[in-house]
Design a protein around this ligand. Structure first.
Ligand code: GDD
Length: 409
């Protein structure tokens, strides 16, 4: 049997995701109309002999309860949310729930970060992992040399694929091959995590007995039950024939900022063509709006037949789109109203917001720039004919004059 664990982190981790993380935990923010964590979960469906999926995090339990029960029914597979009382780090969180995870006596455990967007080639990773015969196999990808330092950089043996060297977010360039945050392990991973805790405790005790200087550095030691997968496990175990790599040539992004969520929504919409084409709007028939490219429209949304939508648009529940509206490259969240002839380009429009007649909400679409996409927080009102360009607007604001390149607090 196999189990999958998805690390969903907690509220303190989402600060870069503001203002969108104010009312939804980041893992439930919709990409291509589905909660972020839905994409790795549906990828897990393709793993043979999968017994359970666990989400581990320190968000409030009630925030995940509804989602977890509906997805369990949909997949006919138990999905459980396990809440840590405090952050234990990416490996410590896994270890904290080891007894529950081992209940089904799995031979393999998948471990996925919730904030990565990729095609999750899990069955081929499992095959490769069994062939390598190590304790763990991680998904890796080549990125540009300039962007590599935001991730774990690594060196792998080109023939055996063994992980030879690993450094987390190094200051000087090591390699353009990086860690995708998708792993498969045998249950031996729990012993490796336990060793880190035990060593740390031993070192702390030793220092307590020695000089004042050492005592000072001992206070900087992390708590014994806080273990990071990258620094504490991957780095020390590299080059010991325990860890291997599986390289993907498909798409991969990390979803750290709202701008990147727009990019990832686009990537997942494109993937729907192959995996879930029933979720893409077709625009067939005279009564429907004109659809261009990949578009998701929630069944409860009401879109006027004279509106033109796409490419790369996702429209959530109960949204109303008026006559003559034009939407390109955007995420429209629940309960938004877009009135006649408004235009939205390269933007995210927050829950319950309202866009007036002939208003424009737009941006250049540079996903990496701070104001490269326009974001309206929850319940923002843009009045008739007002233009909002390259701006971030915090929740509950009313805009009655046009703004450009501004953060409206
Ligand atoms: N449950 C729980 N508890 N989850 C946690 C905790 C914790 O205490 N700390 C982090 N996580 C989750 C995060 O939500 C995320 O899904 C994952 O663990 C990794 O988060 P970080 O440890 O903050 O690392 P990172 O996102 O900056 O970078 C990691 O992922 C990159 C790929 O996306 C590293 O492994 C990089 O090397 C890697 O490139």
């Amino acid at each position: 049997k196999v189990v999958a664990v998805i690390m969903v982190g907690g509220p303190t981790k989402g600060t870069r995701f503001r203002p969108l993380s104010f009312n939804t935990p980041k893992p439930l923010f919709p990409l291509a109309g589905q909660p972020m964590v839905h994409h790795p979960i549906s990828a897990c469906k393709r793993i043979p002999n999968l017994a359970q999926i666990y989400l581990i995090g320190f968000h409030e339990e009630r925030e995940f309860a509804l989602y977890v029960s509906s997805i369990s029914n949909e997949l006919k597979l138990p999905v459980r949310y396990l809440k840590e009382d405090k952050p234990h780090g990416s490996a410590g969180g896994l270890y904290y729930f080891r007894d529950i995870i081992m209940e089904d006596s799995p031979s393999h455990i998948f471990l996925l970060n919730c904030d990565v967007c990729c095609s999750f080639p899990l069955p081929s990773m499992l095959d490769a992992h069994i062939k390598y015969g190590g304790m763990g196999t991680m998904l890796v990808i080549k990125v540009s040399a300039e962007s590599a330092n935001q991730f774990g950089e690594l060196v792998a043996d080109p023939d055996t694929h063994e992980l030879l060297h690993y450094t987390e977010k190094p200051e000087t360039f090591v390699s353009d091959l990086i860690n995708c945050g998708v792993y498969i392990f045998t249950p031996d991973i729990f012993n490796a995590i336990e060793d880190v805790s035990t060593n740390r405790e031993g070192r702390a005790n030793l220092r307590r007995l020695s000089s004042f200087e050492a005592l000072q550095s001992a206070t900087r030691i992390l708590p014994k039950d806080f273990v990071r997968l990258d620094q504490d496990i991957l780095s020390p175990l590299a080059g010991k024939k325990k860890l291997y790599t599986y390289e993907t040539n498909d798409f991969w992004e990390q979803i750290k900022t709202p701008g990147l969520s727009l990019k990832c929504s686009e990537l997942y919409l494109a993937q729907f063509r192959y995996t879930s084409s029933h979720l893409l709007a077709s625009g067939d028939g005279e009564k429907n709006a004109k659809i261009v490219g990949d578009v998701y429209i929630h069944p409860s949304a009401k879109v006027h037949p004279s509106a033109k939508i796409g490419p790369n648009v996702s429209i959530s529940a109960n949204v109303r789109v008026g006559a003559g509206v034009r939407l390109i490259g955007c995420i429209i969240l629940d309960d938004v109203e877009i009135k006649e002839n408004a235009v939205v380009i390269n933007s995210i429009v927050g829950w319950k917001s309202s866009l007036g007649r002939w208003s424009r909400v737009q941006a250049d679409g540079d996903y990496n720039a701070k104001l490269g996409i326009t974001i309206l927080g929850e319940a923002v009102t843009v009045e008739d004919e007002v233009v909002v360009i390259n701006s971030i607007v915090l929740p509950h604001k009313i805009l009655n004059v046009s703004v450009q390149d501004e953060i409206i607090l």
